[in-house]
Design a protein around this ligand. Structure first.
Ligand SMILES: [Zn+2]
Length: 186
């Protein structure tokens, strides 16, 4: 998986709107640890219901599943691997178990900053005590988990006869100007 420092500019996908990276941890790179409020952990989970950029790929935890990162010897047997896989990739949301595939979540801060976090951020927080930047924790606590379903791309200013025409065309055939298409593969 890709490593990016916390609060660096997001570049992983070509569909981007100035987001800041949070939780893109990587092997052999120290990360901040500490307690987080239990309400934060609960609320963070809700954002998985509204993920973006999902594929059927899998992202592995470099701490729990080091055999997925070469070179590595001494992997456990298959049943133990499976147990660990379920522990890393299953997440219980509102009483239902979801398998978390490769996906990202988006969180909007009160100041308009957008944060981009990878699949395993919840796992890193609960299993490895990763402590995201405080501004991200604050954003999760205030942002509506489904906000990115409704977020619209900024519109160019439309003036003159060309603008009038474009507005008219949009009325006839409204464009899908959401920032992120809805993920079907969750
Ligand atoms: Zn892990």
């Amino acid at each position: 998986m890709a490593y990016f420092p916390d609060l660096s500019p997001y570049t992983y996908s070509s569909r981007r709107y100035g987001e800041l990276n949070v939780g893109w941890l990587g092997p052999n790179i120290p990360f901040p640890k500490g307690d987080v409020p239990p309400e934060f952990v609960e609320r963070l989970k809700q954002f998985y219901r509204f993920s973006v950029n999902a594929t059927r790929g899998i992202e592995f935890c470099f701490i729990c599943e080091p055999w997925m990162f070469s070179p590595y010897t001494g992997a456990p047997d298959e049943s133990e691997k499976e147990r660990i896989f379920d522990m890393v990739h299953n997440i219980e949301i509102n009483g239902q178990i979801h398998r978390v595939y490769l996906l990202e979540i988006r969180v909007l801060g009160r100041d308009g900053k957008i944060y981009a976090a990878p699949t395993l951020i919840y796992h890193y927080v609960v299993a490895h005590k990763y402590r995201p930047p405080q501004e991200f924790i604050d954003a999760v606590m205030t942002c509506e988990p489904d906000w990115c379903r409704h977020a619209k791309k900024p519109r160019e200013k439309r003036i003159g006869i060309r603008g009038w025409l474009l507005n008219l065309l949009d009325k006839i055939d409204p464009p899908d100007d959401r920032m992120w298409p809805v993920d079907e593969k969750r």
